[in-house]
Design a protein around this ligand. Structure first.
Ligand code: PMP
Length: 313
């Protein structure tokens, strides 16, 4: 009997779509030992009325993956178009009829031991799609300022989704949740606000919306980019990308986190202090509503961001 809830799904592995139980790696790949891999987190949102999965900003996710491949010298044998096509095919084949999470991974797959170079090491690409619901487990968040600092660009660049970097996020998330908080906010080496363990951060104060500068060790989030567009285009609220001080968060009218997994989720408390009124703010709610309509493919103006996939029967 199967002991893995995903065993009945397929995965893209070593160039083919195969059942999940057949996607096995050896003990050798450097990615397993050193985290030399880049990944993506993409959402497919089930649109019940249309009977399709709406994959949000598929190309942009693969553009970011390919930037990571460049930095880590991961020479994978697929173009941007091919990566998108493989994803659409796997989503169809897995016959999902619910919200899903799509997890591509490009990794150093060479069969070698104790080799700390990136050059000349073979790489491969694999892809999983699984049913996925609420990631953060709550509609509003109580956060803490992490005692762990965000990795600096001269250590491991935070602007790419490098697998090994996630030890930094995992230490912060673990500390936060063990202490009874929902999520951690990390400061960078200079002590400025960087981001959540898996989310970007926005601060709304006196009519101005700000998000951490891309030079403060953050991942250039695709949801971040989406929310900047929506705030400016749809609500006429300019968004400033700048360095944010920790104390600004305690004094803000609203703070929210954004991410593919997290969507847009308001932070209502930081370090046991209420933010604003201590409940979801009006701007967060408006942006959330706009965002949800778009990601399921129900706003024609933004359908260019959505790839509709009809699951196989
Ligand atoms: N920061 C970190 C560290 C993340 O892991 C994520 C999730 N990918 C984000 C921000 C948000 O990025 P995106 O909106 O592209 O999911």
């Amino acid at each position: 009997m199967s002991d893995n809830e995903f065993d009945n799904l397929n995965t893209f592995f070593k160039g083919k779509i195969v059942p999940v139980p057949d996607s096995k790696v050896s003990a050798m790949p450097p990615a397993l030992h050193y985290g030399t891999a880049v990944f993506e987190g993409i959402r497919g949102n089930w649109n019940e009325e249309k009977g399709v999965i709406s994959i949000f900003r598929l190309r942009e996710h693969y553009e970011r993956l390919l930037r990571g491949c460049k930095l880590l010298m991961l020479d994978i044998p697929y173009s941007l178009d091919e990566l998108c096509d493989i994803t659409i095919e796997l989503v169809k084949k897995n016959k999902h009829r619910s919200d899903i999470y799509i997890r591509p991974l490009a990794y150093k797959s060479a069969e070698v031991v104790a080799n700390l170079k990136l050059q000349d090491l073979a790489a491969d690409f694999t892809l999983i799609t699984v049913p996925f619901g609420n990631y953060l487990g709550s509609d509003t968040l109580k956060c803490c300022t992490s005692s762990w600092r965000r990795v600096d660009d001269n250590m491991i660049p935070a602007r790419l989704k490098i697998a090994g970097t996630y030890v930094n996020s995992i230490l912060a998330k673990t500390e936060a949740t063990l202490a009874g908080f929902d999520e951690a906010i990390l400061l960078n080496q200079a002590g400025h606000v960087s981001e959540g363990s898996g989310e970007n951060i926005f601060v709304y104060s006196e009519g101005t919306l700000a998000t951490s500068s891309l030079h403060d060790d953050v991942l250039p989030g695709i949801t971040r980019d989406t929310i900047i567009d929506l705030a400016e285009e749809e609500l006429g609220i300019p968004v400033v990308q700048r360095t944010i001080d920790r104390s600004e968060l305690y004094l803000a009218d609203e703070v929210f986190l954004t991410g593919t997994a997290a969507h847009l989720t308001p932070v209502i408390e930081l370090d046991r202090r209420p933010i604003g009124s201590g409940a979801s703010g009006a701007l967060s709610k408006k942006l959330q509503q706009l965002y949800f309509e778009i990601v399921v493919g129900n706003n024609p103006k933004y359908n260019h961001w959505c790839t509709s996939v009809t699951p196989e029967d």
